[in-house]
Design a protein around this ligand. Structure first.
Ligand code: G6P
Length: 613
């Protein structure tokens, strides 16, 4: 977690650092700071708690000028969010460091360094990096050598940017386990955790590989691999547009991203389906051969991406008839799972950088060198894409709002395509069934747009949550996973405690929670479980709770007192229905959060991309 940006250029670097930090706030926003080498060749640092805007306010009163600098926006792991724990960390006025990741052996290094006489001014793990480099510099001839020497002591994950007045006009970086890109331009060279930070300045990027270090000046970039051998890394031209990450006329990124879903889904489908077929080759030219041999599917992911995986389990077992398991990555990576032969290991991730998901993939590859891996991902240059055999991009476009919306629905569309592709390779999907599913998917953008038009109805419902502290979401079958996603969204941005239950399980415990202050939100598609769901709704209603039922018009749920029934669609199939029912739940949590006065795009304690354990 945390975001890094830095650079060496002809002009003052400070505005570039501030702009970059603002674009990286999705990675954390509990404090921010920067350090710049001034024209007198001294390290000048400013730090502030809270959002980057606080740092900017200080800089408006107290300018910092210089052409070389590094900056950081933090999501606290070691040490509370405070000014003293904010990055950059400095050792003896000679080494300035920004760090993303966790140094797991920092306590051991800290006591060694304390014994050597180093004083600590923060509670962070990062400070040991500054001292280690300072110590190494005593025996090395360049800053690069000192960084390369120091990192041999670090266990854990890091991407670091380092500057020093002893080596002005150089930034040295190292990457292991956390992302780092180098942006190239004729005005200077830059570094960042994500190309988004620099897209205003350049489109030319080098994506460092695991174990790489680099020595960067205004007009040169020298890269070394994990063995210290000088290497060339490809320069890629980013397709990101600066406008893609502007809020436009929307109040929040989350709102913009909710309303972008019709276009995002069209983009996901483009060139992957014809009017009646799913193109298996969209998963890679080897996909057909590989999918035909698959006997099991293991899905791993975190957060919202995990919920998408849960929906896919229903689809793949139901349609492709392949046994499928889904597990959160943070658990999977640490146990000894039985990996059956011919398993397709599918990771799902918006960012492609989530530490637990990435490590789960690495752990599986270590255990079984021949494992077939596929990642469903929204970030083309991410670590998960690089480390998986097959990849499938969701093409949702940059998602900035911390609460994931368009990434989720495009993941579902991608997983639906995977399900059909697997089913075709296993001869479980007839041409007619394939055509029906593809037809449903091709209609999705229009249906989503129609559902978004119901926003006013949902705003009215959201008002009833103003004084609520708990909520229960119910669904059956794949709609249980959608209920989980609805509950997660509400928790994340409105801070209302929300649980999702399979409606049939209600009577085994959670029904005890229901009273008039606990709204119950149910999803009622028109499927084989509808009558059972209707009985579950009766059970809830008789306990006096306020209820909201999002239904398929064809479900014809009879409203009772205290129950709002909102038809969101009509006669949807099992693939399209979960995607459509997601939309009112996203709108509901967005509007409840607004009513509660919360910062929708920066919910407390969260970050968009969790690149630490
Ligand atoms: C964080 C975000 C969630 C996201 C999860 C997984 O917790 O706040 O919105 O679903 O990470 O992220 P990924 O990028 O792997 O999908």
């Amino acid at each position: 977690m945390c975001g890094i940006v830095g650079g060496i250029c002809q002009n003052n670097i400070t505005p570039i650092l501030i702009d970059g930090l603002k674009r990286l706030e999705y990675r954390g926003y509990d404090s921010a700071g920067l350090v710049v080498l001034t024209s007198d060749n001294v390290l000048q640092r400013t730090r502030a708690t809270g959002r980057v805007a606080n740092l900017e306010n200080i800089l408006n009163l107290q300018e910092i000028n210089g052409t070389t600098g590094i900056a950081h926006t933090r999501w606290a792991t070691h040490g509370e969010p405070s000014t003293k724990n904010a990055h950059p960390h400095i050792c003896n006025n000679n080494i300035g460091v920004v760090h993303n990741g966790i140094i797991e052996n920092f306590l051991q290094l800290k006591s060694q360094q304390q014994a050597q006489g180093y004083r600590f001014s923060s509670d962070t793990d990062t400070e040991v990096i500054a001292h280690s480099i300072h110590q190494a510099l005593k025996e090395c001839n360049t800053l690069l050598e000192a960084v390369q020497k120091a990192i041999t002591d670090f266990q854990g994950a890091y991407s670091v940017g380092v500057i020093s007045p002893t080596y002005p006009k150089h930034i040295v970086v190292a990457r292991s386990g956390s992302p780092l890109v180098i942006g190239l331009s004729d005005k200077g060279n830059f570094i960042a955790s994500d190309q988004l930070a620099l897209i205003n300045i350049t489109k030319q990027f080098i994506f460092l590989k695991e174990g790489d270090t680099a020595d960067i000046t205004e007009d040169s970039v020298d890269i070394f691999d994990k063995n210290g051998v000088k290497v060339e890394r490809e320069v890629k031209t980013s397709k990101l547009q600066n406008g893609q990450i502007a809020k436009g006329n929307y109040a929040h990124y989350m709102q913009k991203e909710i309303f972008e879903q019709p276009q995002a889904i069209s983009n996901t489908l483009e060139s992957r389906v014809t009017k009646d077929k799913v193109l298996v080759s969209a998963f890679g030219h080897k996909a057909k051969d590989l999918f035909s041999k698959v006997k099991h599917v293991q899905i791993i992911a975190c957060g919202t991406s995990y919920n998408a995986g849960l929906v896919a389990k229903y689809w793949i077992e139901d349609i492709a008839k392949i046994p499928t398991h889904v597990e959160v990555a943070s658990e999977y990576r640490y146990r000894n799972p039985v990996i059956l032969d011919d398993t397709l290991f599918v990771s799902i991730s918006q960012s492609g950088e989530t530490a637990d998901t990435l490590e789960a993939l690495r752990a599986v590859k270590k255990r079984n060198k021949n494992i077939q891996s596929l990642v469903i991902c929204n970030s083309a240059e991410s670590s998960l894409i690089r480390e998986s055999k097959l990849s499938f991009l969701t093409y949702a476009g940059p998602e900035i709002g911390v609460a994931s919306t368009k990434a989720f629905t495009t993941q579902l569309v991608s997983l639906a395509l995977l399900c059909v592709a697997l089913g075709k390779c296993h001869k479980q999907v007839s041409k007619q069934q394939e055509k029906a599913i593809v037809d449903g998917l091709n209609h999705l953008p229009g249906l989503v747009a129609k559902t978004l038009n119901q926003e006013n109805q949902i705003i009215a419902l959201a008002k009833t949550f103003e004084d609520k502290y708990n909520a229960l979401f119910l669904g059956r079958g794949s709609m249980h996973a959608i209920a989980m996603e609805g509950a997660l969204k509400l928790k994340e941005i409105s801070y209302i405690h929300a649980e999702a239950y399979p409606a049939g399980e209600l009577k085994h415990g959670p029904i005890a929670l229901i009273d008039k202050n606990t709204p119950v939100i149910a999803i009622a598609p028109n499927n084989e479980l509808l009558d059972k769901l209707k009985s579950n709704l009766q059970e809830v209603k008789s306990r006096g709770s306020q209820m909201i039922v999002f239904e398929d018009e064809a479900s014809k749920v009879v409203p009772m007192q205290g129950m709002s029934v909102i038809p969101v669609t009509n006669n949807l199939g099992r693939i399209t229905a979960p995607i459509i029912f997601t939309i009112p739940l996203q709108l509901l949590s967005y509007h409840v959060a607004l009513i509660k006065g919360n910062d929708v795009d920066h919910p407390r304690n969260l970050a968009k991309s969790v690149t630490v354990e």
